[in-house]
Ligand binder design. Structure first.
Ligand code: AMP
Length: 422
C-alpha cells in the first residue's frame, strides 16, 4: 500500500461528528451579526506582508515569528516574498476600508467576517496554525458606547454558545497623548531588571516596551510590579475608560480590570479586552480578544478614523462549549426504506416531500430485505423510518418508530407533524 499522507502539523480536520457543533457556532455568529446590524465583508486569505508589518508592527510576534509566507509558483524572487496568509482580520478589513473609500458611506460602518486565520506558532492543545475567527469591526465610532456594545456582543455569543461563565478582562492602554509617558515608565522599570527579561524582550524594550508585558515567558513577579497603563492615562482616555466601565456596570456584565491586557499589536489604543472562562487564564484559553485602534486607518494611508473590534476563536469556543456541557447533534434523522427492490423513484419522491417539510432524510437505495434496511437505519442513528409500499397509491406511507418498534399507516403529508409530536 502507498504511504499515507497526514494533515500539516497544527491543523485540524473537522470530522463528521463535530460538524453540527461547528455549524452551530457559525449560525450563532451569523445570527448575532445580523441582529446587531453588522454587514458582511470578506477579504483575501493572503495579503501583502507590508500590510501586517505596518499595521501590526514589525516587532510583534505575529509578524516577526508567526507569519505564514506564501510564494507563487513562478514570478520574481521579490514577488514571491511579498505575501503572507492573514494572521488576523483587522488589518485586511481596514485596508479594504481605505482602498474602497468607505469613509464616505453613511457611518459608523459595522462589519463582520468569519473565516480562517494562519499563524506559524508552535502547535499545542487549543493553539493551531490554522484556526477560524468570527470578527466584528466598527469604523468611525469613537465610543464609549460602542466599546460596551461590542463587549456585550462577545458576552452574548459565548452565552448563546453555552459558555455561561465567561469574563471580560479589560484595560485601557491610552492614546498618542499619554502612551509616550507610559512607554517611558516601562522602559525605566524593565531597564532596571534587564537581566530578568528574555532575549526577545530585551531586544524589544526600546522599540515597543508594551510588548514586554505580552511576553509569554515574562517573570510573573516582575510583571506584577510593572507600571500600569491605567495609572498613566490622560484625562480624555481616563474619562473614556470610566464611561465604558459605567456602561458595562449598567448592563450588569461580568468584567475585571486587568492591567496585563495590552494586546501584542501596535495598532491598539484605549480599550483592550480579552475573554476567558472564569478562573481559566492559560495561554491557549483566550476565547476572544479585541480593542480600539483609532490610529490604524491613518497608518494604512487612509483618513484618521476611529475603530474598534474583536476576534472570537471558533475552535476554542467550540471546545469550551463542549466542556460546559452544551450538546449539539444534527436534526432527527428519518430513513426512507422499501420492501420492494424496484421501488426506487418513489423512495426519492417521498424523501423529497419529507425534506420539503423540513425533515433530515436519508433514503436507502439498496435492494436488501426490509429488516436489514431498518437495522442499517438504526445503526446510522435514524429515529424514524418511513416505509414506502403499495399504500403510496392512496397517498399513504407507514411510519415506524425505530426505538419503540411501533408503526402505523398515515398520509405522507402528516408524517412531519406526527414526528414533531412523537
Ligand atoms: P488574538 O487576536 O490573538 O487575541 O486572537 C483572537 C482569538 O482567536 C483568541 O482569543 C482565540 O480564541 C483565537 N486564537 C488566536 N490564536 C489562535 C490559535 N493559534 N489557535 C486557535 N485559536 C486561536
Amino acid at each position: 500500500m502507498a504511504r499515507q499522507i497526514s494533515a500539516p502539523r497544527g491543523t485540524r480536520d473537522l470530522l463528521p461528528e463535530e460538524g453540527a457543533a461547528w455549524s452551530r457556532m457559525e449560525a450563532i455568529a451569523r445570527d448575532l451579526s445580523d441582529r446587531y446590524a453588522f454587514d458582511r465583508v470578506d477579504t483575501p486569505l493572503f495579503e501583502r506582508v507590508e500590510l501586517f508589518a505596518r499595521g501590526l508592527g514589525e516587532s510583534s510576534d505575529a509578524v516577526e515569528k508567526e507569519m505564514f509566507r506564501v510564494s507563487g509558483a513562478s514570478g520574481s524572487e521579490e514577488e514571491r516574498a511579498e505575501w503572507a496568509l492573514r494572521p488576523e482580520p483587522t488589518a485586511g478589513i481596514v485596508r479594504a476600508f481605505v482602498e474602497h473609500g468607505m469613509h464616505v458611506r453613511p457611518g459608523p460602518l459595522r462589519l463582520w467576517m468569519l473565516g480562517p486565520m494562519f499563524r506559524y506558532d508552535r502547535p499545542q492543545a487549543g493553539r493551531y496554525r490554522q484556526f477560524a475567527q468570527w470578527d466584528v469591526e466598527v469604523l468611525g465610532d469613537p465610543g464609549p458606547m460602542v466599546d460596551a456594545e461590542l463587549i456585550e456582543l462577545a458576552h452574548r455569543f459565548l452565552a448563546e454558545a453555552g459558555i455561561q461563565d465567561a469574563v471580560a478582562y479589560l484595560n485601557s492602554i491610552g492614546d498618542e497623548t499619554c502612551r509616550p509617558g507610559y512607554r517611558q515608565a516601562l522602559i525605566e522599570y524593565f531597564g532596571q531588571h534587564e537581566d530578568r527579561l528574555t532575549d526577545d524582550s530585551r531586544r524589544r524594550l526600546q522599540v515597543n516596551p508594551l510588548r514586554v508585558l505580552d511576553d509569554r515567558l515574562l517573570d510573573r513577579e516582575l510583571a506584577g510590579g510593572a507600571p500600569r497603563s491605567i495609572d498613566h492615562l490622560c484625562d480624555a482616555c481616563r474619562e473614556h475608560f470610566n464611561a465604558v466601565l459605567r456602561l458595562l456596570d449598567g448592563l450588569g456584565l461580568r468584567y475585571e480590570i486587568d492591567p496585563s491586557i495590552v494586546r501584542g499589536l501596535d495598532y491598539y489604543t484605549r480599550t483592550t479586552f480579552e475573554f476567558f472562562v472564569a478562573g481559566r487564564r492559560g495561554q491557549q484559553q483566550a476565547l476572544a480578544g479585541g480593542g480600539r485602534y483609532d490610529g490604524l486607518a491613518e497608518l494604512l494611508g487612509g483618513r484618521a478614523t476611529p475603530g474598534i473590534g474583536f476576534g472570537l476563536g471558533i475552535d476554542r469556543a467550540m471546545i469550551a462549549a463542549a466542556e460546559a456541557g452544551a450538546t449539539t447533534g444534527p436534526g432527527t434523522l428519518v430513513a426512507v426504506v422499501s420492501a420492494d427492490p424496484d421501488v426506487l423513484e418513489p423512495r426519492l419522491r417521498v424523501a423529497n416531500e419529507l425534506r420539503a417539510a423540513g425533515l433530515r432524510v436519508r433514503p436507502d437505495g439498496s435492494s436488501r430485505k426490509l429488516g436489514r434496511q431498518l437495522e442499517a437505519a438504526s445503526k446510522l442513528g435514524a429515529r424514524w423510518a418511513v416505509i414506502v409500499g403499495e399504500e403510496l397509491d392512496q397517498g399513504n406511507v407507514v411510519l415506524r418508530d425505530l426505538s419503540a418498534g411501533e408503526q402505523r399507516e398515515l398520509p405522507l403529508g402528516e408524517v412531519a407533524a406526527a414526528i414533531g409530536s412523537g
